[in-house]
Design a protein around this ligand. Structure first.
Ligand code: ADP
Ligand code: ADP
Length: 226
């Protein structure tokens, strides 16, 4: 579904610019859970931002269903970054999800079902009429995940979404995300520098090297390793 070919990304003017990515190629299949794993500065976020259409490539190509990615494709791809921010404080739990569904033009007739389904998955269905300020930190995180996933984008791009969470809540989030992914058939590309997190979540792990990334070090199939 996503095809990355010989990708090169240089920040600044060539020559003399900073080569963040060079010779990156990968095919991402519909429904797979791919982790991009590597140390800070290796270009993970750059690659994710290119997949999202936020950044231009310097050379090479990124195709989505056979067409070049040009600009952000908000209807099909969803970029999910800091799980801790951006709930709308003046809206209740259910209104926050409804707002996202409306913004993504999900048909109104489906809203009730979707809201109930996703809030139940994250154990918030009994808190529908509360405001974010009345929730615990973990509940807010779960609401954010439910809201992001409820719009069921075909591709979900996640950049260290759980990095700020404590270990207990992070494990809970992993279980919820895995559950939702298995039910929805969405394609997920998940950036992390944490090997344990990559192994806990991924079908495949693309390992990027220290420093500017020149091709993947290894693409590992870990399906069934969980
Ligand atoms: P990672 O996500 O693996 O930590 P990034 O993709 O954020 O890595 O960054 C890769 C390299 O590119 C880093 O050295 C970073 O400083 C550089 N970089 C990222 N964004 C920019 C930018 N907008 N301008 C210049 N350099 C950048
Ligand atoms: P919408 O209004 O459609 O919900 P936003 O503008 O709020 O979209 O962006 C949705 C997500 O995409 C946010 O998490 C935001 O951080 C991220 N995002 C948007 N533009 C960029 C960008 N240029 N670079 C990185 N992230 C971006």
């Amino acid at each position: 579904m996503l095809e990355v070919r010989n990708l090169r990304k240089v920040y600044g003017e060539e020559p003399g610019g900073y080569v963040a990515l060079e010779g990156i190629s990968i095919d991402i299949a519909a429904g797979e859970f791919l982790c991009l794993l590597g140390p800070s500065g290796c270009g993970k976020s750059t690659l994710l931002n290119i997949l999202a259409g936020f950044e231009e490539v310097s050379a090479g190509s990124v195709m989505f269903d056979g067409r070049p990615v040009k600009g952000a494709d908000r209807d099909r791809m969803m970029f999910f970054q800091d799980a801790g921010s951006a709930l709308l404080p003046w809206l209740t739990v259910e209104e926050n999800v409804r707002f996202a569904l409306r913004a993504r033009r999900v048909p109104r007739s489906q809203w009730d079902d979707i809201i109930t389904r996703y809030l139940s998955m994250v154990d918030l269905n009994n808190h529908r009429t509360k405001f974010p300020a009345e929730l615990s930190g973990g509940m807010r995180q779960r609401l954010q995940i439910a809201r992001a996933l409820a719009v069921e984008p075909r591709v979900l791009l996640m950049d260290e979404p759980f990095a700020a969470l404590d270990a207990m809540i992070r494990r809970r989030m992993h279980a919820i995300l895995t559950d939702i992914w298995q039910r929805s058939g969405q394609t997920i590309v998940f950036v992390t520098h944490d090997i344990a997190e990559a192994i806990a979540l991924a079908d495949r792990i693309a390992i990027m090297s220290v420093g500017p990334c020149s091709s993947f070090m290894k693409i590992m199939d870990v399906k069934g390793a969980r």
